[in-house]
Design a protein around this ligand. Structure first.
Ligand code: FMN
Length: 395
């Protein structure tokens, strides 16, 4: 197989994925919430920042490598948790974990994955993390955390940004709302895509049966045709920081919260003794008037200093975006859709291709701006930055 897959950037993978997926599934992966202002802004803000080229600096020894929680990474990058990889390629979550291990970056297995946390763990390496949605019943959460520990995970993110379900009007129109109903509209989309039926649907049913959130405890429904997001067990409006404290007390590994967008909340996380935060607007899938996480990195860094790791996701589509986020004070960048597009195109090889594109682009930009190591990145790389970019301390 041609390792480039004839895809030379993430947008190529996106266009190819669109052709290979039923419309409802592609839109579920690709789109945002309400008017999709946050979705568009997440990528536009990266593009709006200009960085200066620097010439005649020896960049022959450059490296994108870094470290997080004592583990080496090929670049400061991780795959965000996504519930749906099993819908875009058969056992897609396993392919994501393998691709990340091969590249040497973080991958995060999702509570709502369609493949079990144990099977995903076998496919990954020490940089495989777990994303927890706390169940409404905290005793169930306690038992679930025991299972995550037993599976071998050492780092966990608790996603906290969905106290109520999101407003995704297109899902009502395209028939892909939960609980999934095999309506004539959905069946027509599926039949219009026989390739997906052969590649994903048939092997799924033959090997694994119904599409299910297989990690759900046996007490809870797990089939996508049964789960009603309005009465979801994982997005209870009553959850609060005390619940996070309870999880912290039962989890011995690194613990981060994902979905924050303010310095106030990051300070609470640091005061609770967590190891980090993932600044995220869920890829523009929840609060449509949210700022891009990139814009809040500087104020969060100013508020928490070096007490915790600051990770960021939502909108990164180029290796240069990773350079920009790190220069603004992030420790690591994560991203959800790019590797899902890759997974839809060619399973593990497609997810790896997305990672490879990010890495080669990052490396090239570092050379162009005269930087050898990521700890040389800082606000001094920006040309004519907007007011929210910190003033550089060196030139
Ligand atoms: C299809 C899809 C499913 C997702 N499922 C989850 C999930 O189960 N848990 C979670 O914490 N975040 C989930 N997310 C959000 C991602 O973790 C991440 O925040 C987002 O994709 C980042 O934006 P980006 O795709 O622009 O990189 C999902 C995102 C997508 C696109």
């Amino acid at each position: 197989m041609n390792p480039t897959l004839d895809a030379y950037n993430i947008d190529d993978l996106r266009r190819m994925a669109k052709k290979r997926l039923p419309r409802g599934i592609f839109e579920y992966v690709d789109r945002g919430a309400e008017d999709e202002v946050a979705l568009r802004h997440n990528t536009e803000i990266y593009r709006s920042l200009k960085i200066k080229n620097r010439v005649l600096k020896d960049v022959s020894a450059r490296t994108t490598e870094t470290e997080i929680f004592g583990r080496k990474l090929a670049m400061p990058f991780g795959i965000s948790p996504t519930a749906s990889a099993g819908l875009v390629s058969e056992g897609g979550e396993v392919g994501l974990a393998r691709a990340a291990a091969r590249m040497g970056v973080v991958c995060t297995a999702a509570t709502s994955a369609l493949t079990s946390m144990e099977e995903i763990h076998e496919a990954g390496d020490e940089n495989l993390w777990f994303q927890l949605y706390m169940w409404t019943d905290m005793d169930l959460t306690a038992r679930f955390v025991e299972r995550i520990k037993a599976a071998g995970y050492k780092t966990m993110l608790i996603t906290v940004d969905g106290p109520v379900p999101s407003n995704r009007e297109y899902n009502y129109r395209n028939g892909f709302a939960m609980p999934l109903r095999y309506s004539p509209r959905l069946i027509a989309q599926i039949l219009a895509n026989p390739g997906w039926c052969l590649r994903v649907l048939a092997p799924q049913y033959l090997k694994r049966g119904h599409f299910r959130k297989v990690n759900n405890p046996p007490e809870l429904a797990s089939k996508l045709t049964q789960i009603d997001v309005e009465t979801s067990y994982t997005k209870p409006a009553a959850q609060n920081w005390d619940d996070v404290k309870r999880v912290r007390d039962m989890w011995p590994g690194n613990l981060l919260v994902k979905g924050l967008q303010s310095a106030e909340d990051a300070v609470i996380a640091a005061d609770l003794g967590l190891q980090g935060v993932v600044l995220s607007n869920h890829g523009g899938r929840y609060l449509d008037s949210a700022p891009a996480p990139l814009e809040v990195v500087p104020e969060v860094r100013a508020a928490v200093g070096d007490r915790i790791k600051i990770l960021i996701d939502s909108g990164a589509r180029r290796g240069g975006d990773i350079v920009k986020a790190i220069a603004l004070g992030a420790d690591m960048v994560m991203s959800g859709r790019p590797t899902l597009y890759g997974s839809a195109v060619a399973g593990e090889a497609g997810s790896y291709r997305a990672l490879d594109i990010f890495k080669s682009e990052m490396d090239r930009v570092m050379a162009q701006i005269g930087v050898n190591r990521i700890d040389e990145l800082g606000p001094h790389i920006f040309w004519n930055p907007p007011a929210w970019v910190p003033v550089p301390s060196r030139n």
